[in-house]
Design a protein around this ligand. Sequence first.
Ligand SMILES: *Cc1c(COP(=O)(O)O)cnc(C)c1O
Length: 363
Amino acid sequence: MEFIDLKTQYQELKKSIDERIQTVLDHGQYIMGPEVHELESRLAEYTGASHCITVASGTEALLISLMAVGVGEGDEVITTAFSFIAAAEVIALLGAKPVFVDIEPESCNIDVDLIETKITSKTRAIMPVSLYGKPADMDRVNDIANKHGLVVIEDAAQSLGATYKGRKSANLSTIGCTSFFPSKPLGCYGDGGAIFTSDGELAQVMREIRVHGQSRRYVHSRIGVGGRMDTLQCAVVLAKLERFDWELEQRRKIGALYDELFGNRVWRNRRDSGYESAFAQYTIGVENREAVQAALREREIPTAVHYPIPIPLQPAYAQFGDEDQFPVAVDMARRVISLPMGPYMQPNVVRYIAESVLSQIRC
Ligand SMILES: *Cc1c(COP(=O)(O)O)cnc(C)c1O
């Protein structure tokens, strides 16, 4: 069994993926070829954002967004204490201070009630993460940001395809960033990412930053990065996009089946109305994680831990926080396990996994 079954997906989509790749090999425009522009317009349409800027990775999307907003030395950016490292990393990389906020136990997303306590005169932006595929409570984050004149950048690396009150994740705030890392809900066959915004001026700045701050060939109006996404990777995403909505439906069915089988016997994400998760992960929480993981390993069921250490407790980030301030993140980091999830899973496999977990749990 695979944790994320990319082989079956390739077999299902082989014809169109192969054709798309062959087209790029034939035209030879490996950098900023027609597939780059096609993908950007398709994804803008998909999310409803006016602009989509493809970039080299999800991390690069977050970095370029912060650069475009002008975040730098002395600034503070508010983000979650519990996520993949990327958002905190790019804040620190620009010389700004990541200010961590604990999570809410229902979703493992940023606890919006705590955000205002962290705002200072140095705060420039808020970067919530839509973890496991479920959007953060973006309307409330936006309200706080508007009140204090801050920019909101959603880290939608795990949530492309999710909806929040009928709107698509990555188009829920001034800027949204996603990733096409192979294991994400919409993945390519290498690294890739995209930024979404409906602010035309910001979009132009981000397009320039993506290509070394170039406003015209060899005229560098600002400091930028080498941040383009390969044409070949855009071709792969274009092929997969044809099936994406169907795949999301399947993920939701698998998620609903897991939910039904687990009931209230493990921690699991609350399914609030108005939210449709992209189910990047199906994550549960148990008290005896190591025993559960070992038992699953024996049955050849792969698992992963997203994430074992809250960011403020990471050695490189200890300088920014105090571990006592993040009780929920500390607790969830000790309990969470992600189970196999994907659009091509069979219900009997889901049942087998759930039974294997339930026979081991201590809550
Ligand atoms: C994967 C991920 C990223 C980074 O994406 P890359 O494309 O791997 O750089 C950022 N944030 C979150 C929450 C992620 O899951």
